[in-house]
Design a protein around this ligand. Sequence first.
Ligand code: UD1
Length: 377
Amino acid sequence: MIKLLTVIGARPQIIKSAAISRAIKNSFSDSVEEKILHTGQHYDANMSQVFFDELGIPQPDFNLGVGSGSHGEQTAKMISGIEQVLNSEHFDGVILYGDTNSTLAGAVAAAKMHIPVFHIEAGLRSYNMAMPEEQNRIVCDHLSSILFAPTQTAVDNLMKEGFNDSAATFANGKRRMVVKSGDVMYDNSMYFAPVAEKKSTVMKDNGLEPKRFILATIHRPVNTDSPERLTSIFRALLELDETVILPLHPRTAKLLSVNLDSGVYEEVMKSSRIKIIPPASFFDIIVLEKNAGIVITDSGGVQKESFFLGTPSIILRNETEWVEIIEHGAGILTDADNSRIISAYHALIDSEVHFPSLFGDAHSAEKILESILTYSA
Ligand code: UD1
């Protein structure tokens, strides 16, 4: 029996962890014990607790309650809190997801204590070192014992960086491994989409017709913190002759009145087409992603789930980690440029878009757990 500590903290990590917890419960309960540590990076009920309730994730065994703060302050509190937990009982490894400050903190705390790090969503790169997420994922990849790459692109990125022939050896004498595992988010979308369709009332509550609306999400500091970029995005949303549903991240909600051009802000507030709602639950967001005609987003997760569910996306960034979505014509990068957003909308609406299977077989979690068990034997 091995004992693993799963570290989560931000909304998408809570969702991703559901796939591994479910696989442990259903298929690995004799061989794997999981304890969950929530750093408290996300703490509002609709950014955190709602996902535990909906997805049936066990409540965290530890909650550090670090809350918001500068990168240094937030990450430092997490490292110290995670270290205390790792000191308090024996763990055979730490599972980390993605690229948030919670991921970085988990990697630093565990690696320094010679506890193997298992990184799920390894190998993603935007090649934009200005992004905190790019910094976090690179550090975490280098400290990891097993790098679970979700796609072939992620494997190729790691090979280019020399991970395959690295001589690096960990305290237990083992070399690091790269495993192409598929994507746990795909596991979850396939598992929960039929349940969500039954349970969610978001379409009815907002008077939405399938394929007759746009789903928009905006949360990245590069967009929310720049008056020019935020205003340019909202000008495009106002110009498109379509209903827009916009579940708003708390940071964006706080900055809307501050950073939007005042004329645009007023137009948005009185528009009957732009419907601003609180951050959506997982069931609501997957129903919206599936039923939208187009998704406009700066989120990696929303972009990818939309692809899984057959909806094209417009990506409000200059680059993406999920290049295969762009290469297959199911997404277009527009940055925050309103004329590019509008032409991408017309290009996607008018074309027949394909969504090949690129993210595994919806059983990535089982594959990941088998690899961890083999490694730990
Ligand atoms: C974090 C991740 C980002 C991920 C996103 C998913 C980092 C560096 N970034 O960004 O990669 O895409 O989570 O959602 O880790 N806030 C609240 N309530 C909450 C949480 C946050 O009001 O429950 C507000 C606070 O004003 C806070 C701000 O949102 O300062 C940003 O939160 P933070 O956790 O720092 O980063 P995210 O933008 O959510």
